[in-house]
Design a protein around this ligand. Structure first.
Ligand code: PLP
Length: 440
């Protein structure tokens, strides 16, 4: 299905160790040559010519729709109906190799339905990273569920299992890792621990369509998972979401919460009697979104592989620069995907320069670099106000999340082949690194 060559699992550590062991011969010669090349040119921030003189903004345009999508939407306009929803659900089950899937109007409604499906008593705790979009957490409050904020590893931006272990209480009932911008969490270790402790495993795979660990898709590791098909996501339907369920019971509950026609709920189910009323919400996906998602699913595997190969061409060079790292777990048994950002991290001490100075210099070179600080949920006011919660969440210190926000350098993810931009970004980084000790 995919090759090792497209696997993003090569860690900085192993690359650096290899270079050291080999007397750094080939790698160092290359680095010296690059440094020499970069050092002769004046930085754009000091009046030199930018390395990216005319940024190709089309390189990160998303979504990319074509004739197939236009045709699918046109067909639906000419012959309106709901068929694309059923077809998408069947195709998603098939692709993911899961028994049940329900389309929802977005990822947030899929999450709310998932929390309802859990059927846990108020006060039940769910472990979840604070470093995530609000929708992974806030809908819990509608059912009296309590988020337990877990730290992330600042180099993976993913669920820190050791931190979760420290936060386990008798009220903890479930874990909800998020595969941040397409990098798989260590679901094997998380599932083993959850099984040992009797916890339900959930996944927020809103960013991870097509990512795998040990050849199993992210979303297929858990009892229930959600995906977003919102327009920035790897499978864009402009707005839309999907839930996947390993049991009929979970499917029935998640469905009846927002689907009054009880689609797919079998006659014997205790939820079938709510056909015609549902339980008060209508969260059906728009069929036009389903039509778009079906088209986008066709090319998903190809897009993932091409995106990985291109990002390797850029990151394999950038991560040779002192103090510059990429988001990776270093695992060779996973296939990440890329979404939205190509996230790098700076170790300021090792690099000998501050993140702010580097980002300013890169921006002057024409690089769309951002000293990204993602909004941490546990620092938001609504988690401290009793009015919104059955049980108020505890607000912890999360040093890994803070470190991530202090060290990230977000580059855009190039959504189509952009060899010129890759070459120019490499040149910009090499220039800035060659002059980094002059930057203040
Ligand atoms: C991690 C994560 N979970 C859930 C969602 C919610 O998805 P949607 O925007 O489709 O409601 C998002 C959306 O950005 C997200 O980033």
């Amino acid at each position: 299905m995919y090759t090792e060559a497209t696997n993003a699992g090569t860690s900085n550590t192993s690359r650096r160790t290899f270079l050291k062991a080999a007397g750094a011969a080939a790698g160092m010669a290359l680095a010296t040559q690059r440094t020499a090349r970069g050092s002769v040119e004046t930085l754009a921030i000091n009046g030199g010519t930018p390395a990216v003189p005319a940024p190709d903004t089309d390189a990160w345009r998303w979504p990319r729709y074509g004739e197939a999508e236009e045709q699918a939407v046109l067909e639906l306009v000419r012959k309106p109906g709901y068929d694309p929803i059923d077809e998408l659900e069947a195709e998603w089950c098939d692709y993911m190799d899961v028994p049940h899937a329900k389309a929802h109007c977005n990822g947030t409604s899929a999450l709310a339905s998932m929390f309802f499906a859990l059927d846990l008593p108020p006060g039940s705790e769910i472990m979840v990273p604070s470093y995530t979009f609000f929708a992974t957490i806030v809908p819990m409050r509608l059912f009296g569920l309590v988020p337990v904020f877990v730290d992330i590893n600042p180099r993976t931006l993913n669920f820190d299992l050791d931190d979760a272990k420290r936060r386990l209480t008798p009220n903890t009932k479930a874990v909800l890792p998020v595969h941040w911008i397409g990098l798989p969490c260590d679901m094997d270790a998380i599932c083993d621990w959850a099984e040992e402790k009797g916890l339900i495993v959930l996944e927020d795979a809103a960013h991870a369509h097509g990512a795998t660990l040990q050849d199993k898709y992210m979303g297929a590791w858990s009892d229930m998972a959600i995906f977003s098909y919102q327009m920035s996501k790897p499978l864009p339907a402009i707005e839309g979401g999907m839930g996947t369920y390993m049991t009929q019971e979970y499917y029935d509950r998640a469905t009846i919460f927002g689907h009054y026609q009880a689609p797919g709920i079998p006659d014997g189910s205790i939820y079938k009697k709510y056909l015609g009323t549902g339980l008060g919400l209508k969260l059906r996906m728009h069929p036009m979104a389903a039509a778009l998602a079906r088209c986008q699913l066709q090319g998903l595997e190809e897009r993932v592989s091409a995106g990985l190969a291109q990002t390797r061409r850029l990151n394999d060079v950038l991560t040779e620069l002192p103090g510059l790292y990429e988001q990776t777990s270093g695992r060779t048994d996973m296939r990440r995907i890329h979404y939205e950002w190509n996230m790098l991290f700076i170790d300021e001490q090792e690099a000998g320069v501050s993140r702010e100075a580097v980002v300013a210099a890169l921006q002057a070179e024409g690089v769309r670099a951002d000293a990204l600080s993602y909004r941490l949920q546990h620092k938001q006011p609504m988690y401290t106000e009793a009015a919104w919660w059955h049980h108020l969440p505890e607000i912890p210190e999360l040093p890994g999340s803070d470190t991530a926000n202090a060290t990230s350098i977000a580059l855009p993810y190039f959504t189509r082949e952009a060899p010129e931009m890759v070459a120019q970004y490499i040149k910009a980084f090499e220039k800035v690194w060659a002059h980094r000790h002059e930057l203040t």
